[in-house]
Design a protein around this ligand. Structure first.
Ligand code: UD1
Ligand code: CA
Length: 491
């Protein structure tokens, strides 16, 4: 066996989080595309623990439902009306097997930057040192509000005193309790039984377990973390933004170290699960969200927002928004394009400027270059859709689908009134309002024939500048010299 695993991890998430001033429970607020409690669950899973439990109470159903959606093997433990972190852990243990032995880790649902690796290191150090309690601590310039780590003359951890219960002298201590621990479960159970409520808040404090274990002669140690961000919790939206930015910085750094160029990490936002291939470049103002995946050698940005979108190798996406779309290898998208769910652009295909697509399967090397709405359509390989084409997919009641075949050509400013089938190798004349299918090799001309009426402007718009211009032009045309050649003063 390689690294030893904890038997269980308990994530405390029963608190109310009033400072968020939100109707959404605190732990359901997101950073990096994942709810706060989701980050805690991922870190817990990163230890390989057999059991991961989340202790809930405030807005119980919403938190529990979201947690089980994220991870269906989770144990949901309900905290009762007794308050305090010790009670939360007791309720958590109550939901785990009664014969559980070994190490139990405790973390918080609102501390999102803590990593699974840190918990693995904590577990390893806890076991190597034969400790009964390991408390994760950090040295803070401003420790206000935190529980302080009180050490004895030999530097060993003696107790943790909450800020509200601390003496003036204890408040000068800058080593704080992060609230993350590793416990030997039998020592934890025994100590919890003796935790009372004799403190400023009248709550049952988990921190009391430290002094109780010490008093029972059990080895207690501090696991000091230098990376302070990993111990930071979210209490309000200012901290939510600060931790979100730091998480993003770390994510961007990870991609850069793996061979992705990110020109401006400060304006680039990448969710935790996004993958980006080697030698791709991300330009400023870009958001890569959800389960987005980018291939190698792609160029994304500036100002691109991709959600749950797949981008192939070597594709280029500029100033575009895409949601649940697939962009093939070597394809180009943008600027100013909107790819809605179900858009699939084939390899080397093009979706150009001011184009909106939805449920659009666009074949290899097919082009939809300008000013088009392509909804509910299949466009064959190598087809060209002229500027300003509209696939009118909605008749006011239902949506309909159209097809444009391989290497077909739709002239500019055409309205395809779906459902219509344009076969392979067919043409549609510009300005058509297409309502019938077009067979292979045909050209469809679906518009009124042009009619020119002589003298109309001078008759119906007499006295206007247009009428004068028409008269002058005709005079030049009939008896005057040809304007382009006769003036002769252009270089
Ligand atoms: C706690 C610690 C403190 C530490 C700080 C670090 C105690 C008594 N104090 O204080 O030493 O410095 O965390 O952030 O443990 N929770 C429950 N059930 C409860 C109470 C809390 O699940 O009954 C959960 C909360 O949802 C939260 C976490 O435990 O995720 C911490 O609770 P909070 O009230 O914020 O504790 P602090 O007073 O900050
Ligand atoms: Ca807190």
């Amino acid at each position: 066996m390689s690294t030893p695993r904890p038997a269980a991890v308990l994530v405390l998430a029963a608190g109310e989080g009033t400072r968020m001033r939100s109707t959404t429970p605190k732990v359901l607020h997101h950073i990096g595309g994942v709810p706060l409690v989701g980050h805690a669950i991922r870190a817990a899973r990163g230890t390989g623990a057999q059991h991961v439990g989340v202790v809930v109470r405030h807005d119980r159903d919403r938190v529990a439902e979201l947690c089980t959606t994220l991870d269906d093997r989770l144990v949901i433990a309900d905290q009762d009306e007794v308050k305090g972190t010790a009670r939360a852990v007791e309720c958590g243990l109550g939901a785990l097997p009664a014969d559980l032995s070994g190490t139990v880790l405790v973390t918080y649902g609102d501390v999102p930057l803590l990593t699974g690796d840190t918990l693995v290191e904590l577990t390893a150090a806890h076991l190597e040192t034969g400790s009964a309690v390991s408390v994760v601590t950090a040295h803070l310039a401003d420790p206000t509000g935190y529980g302080r780590v009180v050490r004895d003359a030999n530097g060993r951890v003696e107790q943790i005193v909450e800020h509200k219960d601390a003496t003036e002298a204890q408040r000068t201590i800058t080593e704080i309790n992060s609230g993350i621990y590793a416990f030997d479960v039998s020592v934890l159970r025994e100590a919890l039984a003796s935790v009372g409520t004799d403190n400023a808040q009248g709550e049952r404090y988990l921190t009391d377990v430290v002094a109780l274990a010490r008093a029972a002669g059990r080895p207690v140690r501090a696991h000091v973390l230098d990376d302070l961000w990993q111990t930071e919790g979210v209490n309000d939206r200012v901290q939510l933004a600060a931790l979100g930015r730091e998480l993003n910085r770390r994510i961007c750094e990870g991609h850069m170290r793996a061979g992705v160029t990110i020109v401006d990490p400060a304006t680039t936002w990448i969710d935790v699960d996004v993958t980006i291939g080697q030698d791709s470049t991300v330009l400023p103002g870009t958001q890569l969200l959800g389960g987005t995946t980018i291939g190698a050698d792609a160029v994304i940005g500036p100002e691109v927002t991709l959600r749950d979108t797949e981008v192939g190798d070597g594709a280029e996406v500029t100033r575009a928004v895409a949601n649940l779309a697939v962009i093939g290898a070597g394809a180009t998208v943008g600027p100013y394009s909107f790819l809605r769910p179900g858009t699939r652009l084939g390899a080397r295909g093009k979706i150009g400027g001011f184009v909106e697509t939805k449920n659009a399967d666009i074949g290899e090397a097919a082009k939809v270059p300008h000013l088009t709405y392509a909804g509910d359509v299949t466009i064959g390989e190598g087809a060209n859709i002229g500027a300003g084409t509209i696939f009118a997919n909605y008749d006011g009641v239902a949506k309909h689908h159209s097809t444009v075949g391989r290497h077909s050509f739709v002239g500019s400013s055409t309205v395809v009134v779906s459902p219509v089938d344009v076969a392979d190798g067919a043409y549609v004349a510009a300005g058509s309002a297409l309502t019938q299918d077009v067979e292979p090799g045909q050209i469809a001309v679906a518009r009124g024939r042009q009619r020119n009426i002589d003298g109309w402007v001078e008759r119906s718009r007499a006295g206007t500048a247009a009428a004068t211009a028409a008269r002058e032009a005709r005079a030049r045309h009939t008896d005057g010299p040809e304007p382009a050649t006769s003036e002769g003063n252009a270089s």
